[in-house]
Write a protein that binds this ligand. Structure first.
Ligand SMILES: [Fe+2]
Length: 166
């Protein structure tokens, strides 16, 4: 077992890994490349913690801390992805902060759900998903997803979402 701090969202224990994405790491995703050039490329956009609970065929549990900030008019956001296996969904519950969950179906129709403390979201496995911090404090959320869902980042990197939130 591990420990999840329900006040802060921090996950701690064995087999918990941490990863960070900076403004530079997300370079292909920002819509305003001119604004990108005047941003601090090393600014942290988000940090994730992942607990690989049970190995390759089980569930992963973790969190994301998405910082407040903008590149031009675009709020800090996660890269966004679609699961390779469309029969593998995901659960998200917000600990703190405020933002949007951007969803896009297979026909590239987009909509959002508001993210606020306690809001709980089921993401159908066929939906591309991205989180966006629209507030002025870190947006922290916990999530659970099947270890074998697979992550396809290429569609969003190449084509983006069909709308952007500014
Ligand atoms: Fe996902």
């Amino acid at each position: 077992m591990i420990y999840t701090n329900l006040r802060t969202g921090e996950v701690s224990g064995p087999n918990v890994s941490t990863a960070t994405k900076t403004v530079r790491d997300l370079s292909p995703y920002w819509s305003n490349q001119r604004a990108l050039r005047v941003c601090d490329p090393d600014a942290i956009v988000y940090t994730t913690q992942t607990w690989e609970a049970g190995g390759d065929t089980a569930l992963f549990w973790g969190n994301t801390t998405l910082m407040p900030g903008r590149v031009g008019n675009e709020h800090y956001m996660t890269r966004g992805h679609r699961h390779v296996r469309h029969d593998r969904g995901e659960m998200v519950i917000v600990v703190s902060g405020k933002g949007l969950l951007l969803l896009m179906d297979l026909d590239r129709k987009c909509w959002t759900e508001p993210l606020a403390p306690g809001s709980t979201h089921f993401i159908d496995g066929s939906l591309a998903h991205r989180t966006i911090n629209t507030g002025d404090e870190p947006l922290v959320f916990l999530c659970c997803w099947p270890a074998d869902c697979g992550h396809d980042y290429s569609e969003i990197e190449e084509h983006g979402f069909s709308t952007s939130i500014a």
